[in-house]
Design a protein around this ligand. Structure first.
Ligand code: LLP
Length: 385
């Protein structure tokens, strides 16, 4: 499919690479802000784990979003890109001491704490620095999301969070600690969620917990509902911008807030997913006994989502308008899971054609690895090409 991308600009760029359409990114950010500006108590923290490319981060920062980090490295990266520390929430089930110190030294907005042992260490380190750490507790709401098993996080069997039943005990403990300021509750039920009923289920769980906590005299100020809004992988051209209205309206309608509470969202995929594509070249077309293979120069090291989650990225041949044929699109890595897609239609392809895999802006470039001593793919924006 020609004309989908400015392929003339790709001619001299080494493939594979990521291409980010900043127009889509900006439209997405505007769509988010158009919804949240109607609520002075809604705050979106971009989940930087989805994409930490500095060029992308700088654009996101222009739109005033906060940040959700899960490592010290992410904190360093977003500070270097100019995000204010007081908009950083820091989650993660196994924070190391240096990461806690980094958060405290920079006076981040909040630690999302996932266990009592972690709370005790944060209290200790904060005491050694004469500081008070602001904390929310990540609660495991035991809500299943209708998404891939590897990316559900809110079930009782997952390693994440603290059980609902333990909340009163844990909050009381936090309130007894000199260097901890308990501020609120944090949840996250999973990723790539398109069924708003899953978010309604979470809102209902939060409401029930709030009723219970209130009756015991606890008044959290922060309600952090996590992220998880999905994108349309099957038809990204028709739906480049996720349905943020439906998403935020769901919480507005179903989440019962107490006076003075702020709601925090940690969106990753929905912010950056649709602006990015992996661009690769066909190295060989091989006729197998039963199949026709397009062997491309990108592999699972560049985009691991198909191998890891059975994900499908809509794939187009940018160099051909010839009649479509059926191909398996595969990479060069010596692993049988190095397959991007099977039995898909592509305009007839030949060696040298440019292939685009869409919806790869989230969990694409950032999850690339150097397995097989391969080079990491570079990410370019439409602004710089
Ligand atoms: N907050 C927490 C606590 C999370 O664990 C995550 C994602 C997010 C926010 C952002 O979720 P999002 O809005 O992007 O759904 N690598 C997988 C996705 C892993 C998501 C992990 N946690 C993929 O490629 O599908």
């Amino acid at each position: 499919m020609k004309n989908l991308f400015p392929t003339e600009k790709f001619a001299n760029i080494r493939t594979p690479f990521y291409y980010y359409d900043t127009r889509i990114l900006r439209q997405t950010l505007e769509a988010i802000n158009a919804e949240t500006r109607q609520h002075d108590n809604y705050f979106v923290h971009y989940a930087v784990k989805a994409n930490a490319n500095p060029k992308i981060l700088k654009i996101i920062n222009e739109y005033g979003l906060g940040i959700d980090c899960v490592s010290g490295g992410e904190i360093e990266q977003v500070l270097a890109c100019g995000f204010p520390a007081n908009k950083i929430v820091f989650a993660g089930v196994g924070k190391s001491d240096w990461e806690i110190e980094l958060g405290l030294d920079n006076d981040i907005f909040c630690f999302n704490v996932e266990s009592i042992p972690e709370l005790e260490i944060i209290n200790q380190i904060a005491a050694s620095k004469g500081k008070k750490a602001t904390v929310c507790f990540r609660i495991n709401p035991n809500v299943g999301a209708h998404t891939h098993a590897n990316i559900t996080t809110g079930l009782a069997e997952n390693k994440f969070g603290i059980a609902m039943e333990d909340m009163e005990r844990v909050i009381r403990l936090a309130q007894s600690m000199d260097n901890i300021a308990f501020k609120g509750l944090h949840f996250h039920i999973g990723s790539q969620i398109l069924d708003m009923d899953d978010f309604i289920a979470l809102a209902n769980r939060i409401n029930a917990l709030q009723d219970r906590l209130e009756s015991q005299g606890f008044h959290p100020e922060i309600i952090n509902v996590g992220g998880g809004l999905g994108i349309d992988y099957s038809d990204p051209l028709a739906h480049p911008i996720p349905d943020f209205k439906a998403y935020f309206d769901t919480y507005t309608q179903y989440l019962h807030l107490r006076p003075g509470q702020t709601v925090h969202f940690e969106l990753g995929r929905a912010v950056v997913g649709q602006c990015g594509a992996l661009i690769t070249r066909v190295n060989y077309v091989k006729q197998g006994a039963a199949k026709q293979f397009a062997i491309v120069d990108a592999g699972m090291t560049d985009l691991i989502r198909p191998a890891l989650y059975d994900a499908h990225h809509k794939t187009y041949n940018l160099s051909s308008d010839q009649p479509a044929e059926v191909y398996d699109v595969v990479g060069p890595i010596c692993e049988s899971s190095d397959v991007f897609d099977q039995d898909i239609l592509l305009n007839r392809t030949q060696r040298g054609d440019l292939i685009a895999m869409l919806s790869a802006g989230a969990y694409g470039e950032i999850m690339a690895s150097g397995y097989n001593c391969r080079r990491l793919p570079i990410g370019y924006t439409s602004d710089e090409l």
